[in-house]
Write a protein that binds this ligand. Structure first.
Ligand code: SF4
Ligand code: SF4
Length: 239
């Protein structure tokens, strides 16, 4: 089987396990990305980025704060992603390749919201979406209403190409952000640092000091910049 055929097969396997989107990232694009531990990517050449779409109706409930319903959906999407990543890793190991699942949400540093490896950076490198002005990954199919997990592997695959930014003159997320954190700065492919796009402390303060304290939310989530993005309102999956 060629690398292209193998890649199509592994993506189909991911979708059969429940993923809505599967892309392949060349890890050479991610060697400068911070990881925990620092040698996390050693021995791996590719990363599978797995995306699970969040139901669009849950965002219609969000007005100026996250809802308990959104918190539950967020949890369940993460659980599903971790299950898919685990099963895909077993599948790859069964074929004789190394595979390491990276959880969808495992914050190691609650001040910086950092994890073993940024699932967003992998999804971006895997061509599943561009880094929007909100720093969310905006997919052509579902906008930013998608959560991601990652599987590192040494299986020889044919990587996808990153997408060019399509935010253009849109400023819906910066206008709607309740913390005034989004700077409305454009980029072609990715920002040099998250501070270029976002006043991270303003966003973090809103999430940790206010939204996380809401009853039955109890986690640093928001949902507002996800809700307002026009790409998420396009119901492309219905076509
Ligand atoms: S998560 Fe909320 S506070 Fe943070 S940038 Fe998005 S809209 Fe603003
Ligand atoms: S709301 Fe507009 S500017 Fe913000 S990420 Fe979506 S397309 Fe880009």
């Amino acid at each position: 089987m060629t690398k292209v055929e193998t890649s199509k097969t592994i993506k189909a396997t991911g979708r059969s396990l429940g993923a809505d989107l599967v892309g392949i990232a060349d890890l050479n694009l991610l060697r400068e990305v911070e990881t925990v531990p620092a040698d996390l990517l050693d021995g791996f050449q590719y990363a599978l980025s797995i995306g699970v779409r969040l139901p669009t109706a849950v965002f219609e409930q969000i007005k100026d704060a996250p809802t308990p319903l959104y918190a539950q959906v967020y949890n369940n999407a993460n659980l599903l992603l971790d299950q898919i990543a685990l099963r895909l890793s077993s599948h790859l190991e069964g074929k004789g390749y190394a595979a390491l699942p990276i959880p969808a949400s495992l914050p190691l540093d609650m001040e910086r919201f950092s994890s073993n490896l940024s699932a967003k950076a992998v999804a971006n490198a895997a061509g599943l979406g561009w880094q929007g002005k909100s720093l969310l990954i905006v997919t052509p199919e579902h906008g930013p209403r998608v959560r991601f997990a990652t599987v590192l592997t040494d299986m020889p695959l044919s990587p996808d190409q990153p997408l060019k930014n399509r935010c253009g003159s849109c400023c819906e997320c910066s206008d709607a952000c309740p913390a005034g954190a989004i700077r409305n700065v454009n980029t072609d492919f990715h920002y040099s640092s998250r501070e270029e796009a976002l006043d991270f402390q303003k966003c973090a303060d809103k999430l940790v000091k206010e939204f996380m304290l809401l009853p039955r939310v109890e986690k640093p989530i928001c949902g507002i910049c996800i809700k307002v993005c026009p790409w998420g309102r396009k119901k492309n999956w219905q076509k």
